[in-house]
Design a protein around this ligand. Structure first.
Ligand SMILES: O=C(O)CCC(=O)C(=O)O
Ligand SMILES: [Fe+2]
Length: 299
């Protein structure tokens, strides 16, 4: 059985990328410090306390999930733009888009007695085959220690390379293919959207809480609707990079504009209604434009 490889969060991006290429998953240890971890717990706790269990055969019946975490947690905001993770996303997601975005933020608390979730890849939410690479990548932050007993995410390293039949891997993993993403609290498990995985069974008396921040190609629909999940009041206070990741950007050419303008202009309070369209064109279009102009001149 291939174990999930673990490195320190300070490991070189090159090494992390190399492991991800091979296995489709990796654990970065000590990716947040104890101050962040304690604050994150305190931020999530009141929301968890008032949230009922999910009621779904996929989401679970003894599992709680909460979203809109950019609104609810300042630590989540910091984690979402952690440089090493964005470097990983640059490497894999920019193969298939001009800019990528947040796919979702979700805290998952697997309660005592929850059985193992169904094995699955996450990327069939985007029902299109793509030759160029990953459509989405997950970062699962361990808020508790993730152990074999409390429901550490199960993973099938290497399954991102398996042939697909339609949108799903053509074969079901054997027991030996499956490993557990055990990791100490404060670690982050990165796993590809195409990798087979699932929440583990929690056979302990205590819940297992993780925070998923996932990223997807910039021209796809986001799983979590950030424009409605996070108020404009909060969004205005966030760092520009995070606003962009939430979806306040234009994916070239011209995807996501408002009145022909970058949606961030709305956050900045600019008067953009009827104030003139701008065009957002990728560099590779420029030669065609030049050729067109030349033709017009010659005519
Ligand atoms: O909670 C986990 O460990 C994984 C959950 C998961 O894969 C999912 O809900 O899609
Ligand atoms: Fe999943």
């Amino acid at each position: 059985m291939t174990q999930v490889k673990q490195v320190e969060a300070t490991e070189s991006v090159q090494k992390i990328i190399q492991i991800l290429e091979e296995d489709g998953c990796i654990v970065l240890k000590n990716a947040m410090d104890s101050t962040q971890l304690n604050k994150l717990k305190a931020e999530l706790e009141p929301h968890m306390a008032q949230t009922p269990n999910c009621n779904g055969d996929f989401y679970g019946h003894k599992t709680k999930r909460i979203g809109s975490l950019i609104e609810k947690s300042s630590v989540c905001c910091d984690l979402a733009i952690k440089p090493v993770l964005l470097s990983v996303m640059d490497e894999f997601l920019l193969r298939s888009c001009k800019s990528y975005q947040l796919n979702l933020t979700q805290a998952i608390q697997i309660g005592p007695g929850e059985p193992q979730q169904m094995m699955h890849p996450d990327d069939p939410m985007f029902p299109v085959a793509l030759e160029t690479g990953e459509k989405m990548i997950n970062c699962m932050w361990a808020i508790d220690d993730f152990t074999d007993e409390n429901g550490a995410t199960h993973l099938v390293p290497g399954s991102h390379k398996w042939e697909r039949e339609g949108l799903l891997p053509e074969r079901v993993p054997e027991k030996d293919d499956i490993t557990k993403g055990e990791m100490p609290a404060g670690s982050v498990l990165i796993y590809f959207g195409s990798l087979l995985h699932c929440g583990g069974a929690n056979t302990t008396a205590a819940p297992r809480t993780g925070l998923v921040v996932s990223y997807c190609l910039g021209w796809l629909r986001q799983s979590e609707n950030q424009y409605l999940a996070v108020s404009q009041k909060t969004t205005r206070t966030l760092p520009q990079r995070l606003q962009e990741l939430m979806g306040y950007f234009v994916h070239k050419p011209n995807l996501g504009q408002v009145e022909g303008r970058d949606p961030r202009e709305l956050l900045l309070g600019n008067q953009i209604v009827n104030s003139g369209f701008e065009e957002f064109l990728p560099e590779e279009v420029q030669p065609y434009i030049e050729e067109h102009k030349k033709r017009l001149e010659a005519a």
